[in-house]
Ligand binder design. Sequence first.
Ligand SMILES: NC(=O)c1ccc[n+]([C@@H]2O[C@H](COP(=O)([O-])OP(=O)(O)OC[C@H]3O[C@@H](n4cnc5c(N)ncnc54)[C@H](O)[C@@H]3O)[C@@H](O)[C@H]2O)c1
Length: 476
Amino acid sequence: MPDGHNRPRGAAVDTTPRLTPLPEDGWAPSTRELLTPIARDRDGRVANVFTTLVRHPELFRRFLPFGGYLLRDGRLPARTRELLILRTAYNTGAGYEWGRHVPLARAAAVTDEEIRRVAAGPDAAGWAPADAWLLRAADELHRGASLSTATWSALAADHDEAQLIEITMLVGQYHMVAFFLNSAGTRLDPGYELHTLPATVGREHPAAPAAQHPAPPSVGRLAGRNVLVIGAGTRPSEDSAAPVGNGRAVAVLAAREGAAVACADISSPAAAATAALVGEEGGRAVTVSGDATDPDQSSAMIAEARCGLGALDAIVVNVGIGLGTGLADTSAQEWEQVMAVNLRAPFLAAKYGLPALADGGAIVFVGSVAGLRAATNSPAYDSSKAGLFGLVRHVAKEGAPRGIRANLVVPGLIDTPMGREASAGRASRTASFTRIPLGRQGTAWEVAEAVTFLLSDHASYITGQSLVVDGGLSVV
Ligand SMILES: NC(=O)c1ccc[n+]([C@@H]2O[C@H](COP(=O)([O-])OP(=O)(O)OC[C@H]3O[C@@H](n4cnc5c(N)ncnc54)[C@H](O)[C@@H]3O)[C@@H](O)[C@H]2O)c1
């Protein structure tokens, strides 16, 4: 039954449960007796899986000893058991199973990096061969209900007969439980919701339609992701009431959505200020500085960010400048400077970033409506921003085999220090707003929303595209 278990995931966690847990104040004495042996969660509750399954008391009574044996008294080392369970939870889209077993895996010395890597599968770089065989076993049982000769032999080198039996039965048991949890729509218990199931797009079954792998819901759209923002600072402004810039808003919103953020900028103080804001959101931040137009520095910033965060799931390239006025008053040097920041830096970030990104990652470039129309007085700016449309298509093509998506966000008139500077020479800043169908400038937060969406699994089937955030400016 190849791929037979790749059913839609949404019903498992996103909808009203089809079967609700029995509330404790309504437990009959026989129910209470059945649930008494279960260890309670820290908040004193019995986990939803049990208080739901107990709706079938006879089955529950027989299920419990087997499940309890596998979990507590089986012959497999705890780490082996948890790797098999996490991979099965991932394969079956069982968010409940995943969420409950992340803490158990940690307790069994599976590192957070390994937990993330479970989603990337047995062939991901970094696994010890014995661990890779375990994940492969879980995959083969999931897809074909049997172990290949190679996998059986490899496992037999480390496990005795009883353990081999237990591996197959454990994976089977957790499939069975996943079927129940996914069908009943059992919700994760309080305190476990942060451990969200990683997305599957482009990893396990690259040829499978993405519609079969809708993004799992999470408390934050970027929960657990490691995001590098290049150009994360905001340019200095004399206006004390100046709004936040696009890069800073992206970094802060990414943190708000659950990401750890590497804030990279040519200006260390600007990067550090953004990192401090990320920290205020409760996010983990690292600061990286360097010139994104320089190949060595670009490559070093990406390596530092990856090292500082432990892994890299996404890169946002926000750097951008505008120089020159008209063809006559744009020097060749200004042209080169603009091209370096607006086009070479994104190219370098993609060149060095793609190999550094985890499979299934995402890149977002920040362009401009100036790439769609002659929107500014700077031919260099307009041309460089037009170039990003070509670059993003190419990056999408090269990233796709590893499930890495690349997209372009195209802001219109945005109220940022950069936007204010760009329109400072005009007699009236607000006069141009009348051309915008929505009648106002955008904010950096509105740009950041688009970036966050494209980074997240909510955009899992979108790559090589541009998303225009301009209040309708470019369509009239
Ligand atoms: N504000 C707008 O109206 C508007 C409109 C359309 C597009 N955009 C685009 O948005 C992006 C910038 O938005 P912002 O508000 O964050 O601008 P910003 O200038 O405030 O921030 C950009 C950051 O990038 C950094 N940077 C510049 N060159 C760098 C380099 N070589 N290496 C590393 N860091 C470098 C700067 O120090 C700065 O902190 C640009 O790509 C711009 O073209 C802005």
